[in-house]
Design a protein around this ligand. Structure first.
Ligand SMILES: Cc1cc2nc3c(=O)[nH]c(=O)nc-3n(C[C@H](O)[C@H](O)[C@H](O)COP(=O)(O)OP(=O)(O)OC[C@H]3O[C@@H](n4cnc5c(N)ncnc54)[C@H](O)[C@@H]3O)c2cc1C
Length: 308
């Protein structure tokens, strides 16, 4: 069977991928969005910080977005893409796990990141509910309550100073990495208490957080814990197409989101793991315009050749 052809294939249909699809669909491009359906914020029941949608359930937002883009003729394939081959001259072929193949003139990768959570009992259950990563997303909801910071990770002291703005009742859990004298002084100056010891479990009791268990057997009471995990960008397709990556696995991009592979762009958390939904969607909107400009260039070249 001949694969269906599109101007643009977008891999990843979270906020970034769907935002790019909206702009390209409205630019009258034929677009397919291939999405495995596991957005990063899926564990959170509410999404904050998106103007006019503050507090909205993230899954509902994506459902509305899918409906909007479908209204402009965008094809939605609810599958994981498994391979991407080809180049900008001959076109790209994308295959899904269900052996569907489509071809496209340009590719936008919006596959997001995978947060690396520590292998500690209770962490997965608490993630996005009581174990929070972003105070701008969920800090206000737990303001002025007893909170803790999961320490011992890169940048954790600075992160604790940030969280301190949302509560005066904050405990820094060293998780076995004792702060330096300077760091201890800084934490003390901001009224942040420090608890030594390794974290052995996060305790969730139904709809309530029951605290953090340490290796001395004691439990630190808190209503929520903030932790900034490291994130792995899903740049496998950049790598398989021969694109340049940083040592951390992020694609080398120019300000328009173009990778070093002609015809392939990246957007959303894949470019910036700290981007919130509004930022990811905004970046993707700009990327989509750049992709459309590239296609205008192609179309013009083809028309000129026909004229000759
Ligand atoms: C717990 C939590 C809560 C958050 N809360 C907020 C909040 O309140 N407000 C806020 O602004 N931000 C919040 N964020 C950040 C928010 O999740 C990101 O800003 C947003 O998800 C980035 O959108 P994205 O489209 O780049 O990536 P994602 O939303 O992660 O979407 C990527 C999509 O690509 C798909 N995908 C991956 N690989 C493939 C493949 N091979 N083939 C097909 N599809 C693929 C994934 O399944 C997913 O659907 C939160 C993050 C976390 C972790």
């Amino acid at each position: 069977m001949t694969p269906e052809q599109f101007d643009v294939a977008i891999i990843g249909g979270g906020a970034a991928g769907l935002s790019a699809a909206l702009t390209l669909g409205r630019s009258r491009r034929s677009v397919v969005v291939i999405d495995a359906g596991m957005p990063r914020n899926a564990p959170a029941s509410h999404m904050h910080g998106f103007l006019s949608r503050d507090g909205f359930p993230p899954a509902e937002m994506l459902q509305l977005a899918r409906k909007e883009v479908a209204g402009y003729g965008v094809r939605l394939l609810p599958h994981a893409a498994t391979t991407v081959r080809g180049d900008v001259e001959s076109g790209f072929a994308i295959r899904t796990g269900d052996s569907i193949e489509v071809t496209a003139r340009r590719i936008i990768l919006a596959t997001g990141v995978e947060d690396r959570l520590p292998a500690i009992p209770g962490v997965r259950e608490a993630w996005g509910r009581f174990l929070l990563h972003c105070p701008y997303c969920h800090g206000y909801e737990v303001r002025d309550r007893p909170l803790a910071v999961f320490g011992g990770l890169p940048g954790a002291i600075q992160y604790a100073l940030l969280i301190r703005e949302w509560t005066s009742d904050l405990t820094y859990l060293t998780n076995g990495v004792t702060p330096s004298d300077d760091e201890s002084r800084t934490l003390r100056a901001r009224g942040i208490s420090v608890r030594d010891g390794r974290i052995t479990a996060l305790l969730t009791d139904g709809d309530r957080f029951a605290g953090v268990r340490l290796d001395d057997g004691r439990t630190v009471a808190a209503d929520a814990v903030f932790m900034r995990p490291t994130s792995r960008p899903r740049t496998e397709f950049v790598a398989s197409l021969g694109g340049a990556l940083s040592p951390e696995g992020f694609a080398h991009v120019d300000p328009s989101g173009r990778t070093t592979i002609p015809g392939v762009w990246v957007t959303g958390n894949l470019v910036d793991p700290r981007a919130q939904v509004i930022t990811a969607a905004g970046h993707a909107n700009a990327v989509a315009m750049d992709v459309n400009s590239a296609l205008v260039g192609d179309d013009t070249q083809t028309a000129l050749l026909t004229l000759d």
